[in-house]
Design a protein around this ligand. Structure first.
Ligand SMILES: O=C(O)[C@H](O)[C@@H](O)[C@H](O)[C@H](O)COP(=O)(O)O
Length: 253
């Protein structure tokens, strides 16, 4: 059963997720020496990273060794490396650069000008990188926490309802004709998403309330609403603000 946390508003949601993320990464490092996080793009994903950067600047609070954090992405837009639409650029600016994450631990998905002819080639390359990082020979390394924003129609990463990506069994996919621009992307598929130890779905705002309620209502298929197909190996957490939780039974009485 997923864990659902509701914060009063978007700012407190971002702060709460940031604090929980720092704690989760510190706990993983205490056990394994390193920690691995998969980042999401979008507004809430970037807001969380900015709040984490605030925490990093509070020396008393800093418990994460950012030189021992591996950063991967859940999806990336198929645009040039310097394009403002790149999720990677937003993450570097918000957290990775100020926190001092070493270059060799930042595993960005290829940009459209990185030398791969097609996004399919970039997806295959990223899948190989994930497999190469998996010590036990599995498809992906140990993912301590995988962050996902949620679209108003229930997409996660770049897996959209009613698209081949929902049933694709590969760990990394090329996605075309996305309803959310830019249209072409590289995205983790459920084979990678659901291999994470913990998956945190982040949603803020009333526009997300119907998708959140349908995903948690248990009456919808991943084909209809991909967020309903997300299940971490150890934990699945929904981290919401009050508006995004507005159609949950507990909120409607
Ligand atoms: O690259 C992307 O666009 C994101 O990965 C995407 O999956 C995003 O997380 C959701 O669309 C929610 O975005 P917002 O938080 O901005 O609503």
């Amino acid at each position: 059963m997923p864990d659902v946390v509701v914060e009063p508003d978007a700012d407190r949601l971002a702060r709460a997720v940031a604090a929980a993320l720092v704690a989760r990464l510190a706990a993983a490092q205490a056990v394994h020496g390193t920690a691995l996080v998969v980042l999401t793009g979008g507004g809430i994903g970037t807001a969380v990273l900015e709040r984490v950067a605030d925490l990093v600047r509070e020396p008393a609070r800093e418990r994460v060794d950012w030189t021992a954090v591996d950063v991967w992405w859940g999806d990336e837009r198929w645009v040039p490396a310097d394009d403002a639409d790149r999720n990677e650029l937003g993450a570097r600016r918000a957290l990775l650069d100020p926190a001092g994450v070493p270059a060799e631990r930042v595993h960005a998905m290829p940009a459209s000008d990185a030398g791969f002819a097609e996004p399919e080639d970039a997806a295959a390359w990223y899948a190989d990188r994930l497999a190469a990082a998996a010590p036990e020979g599995g498809p992906v390394p140990r993912i301590d926490v995988l962050l996902l924003g949620v679209g108003p129609e229930g997409h996660v990463a770049s897996v959209f309802p009613g698209t081949p990506a929902v049933s694709d069994r590969r760990t990394v996919l090329a996605v075309h004709d996305c309803p959310k621009p830019p249209p072409t992307r590289v995205s983790l598929g459920f084979a990678a998403i659901n291999a994470a130890e913990e998956v945190w779905l982040l949603a803020g705002g009333a526009a997300k309330a119907p998708a959140v309620a349908r995903a948690l209502g248990g009456e919808v298929t991943p084909e209809e609403l991909p967020a309903a197909g997300v299940h971490g190996r150890r934990a699945t957490r929904w981290l919401l603000d009050a508006d995004a939780a507005g159609e949950l039974p507990s909120a409607t009485g």
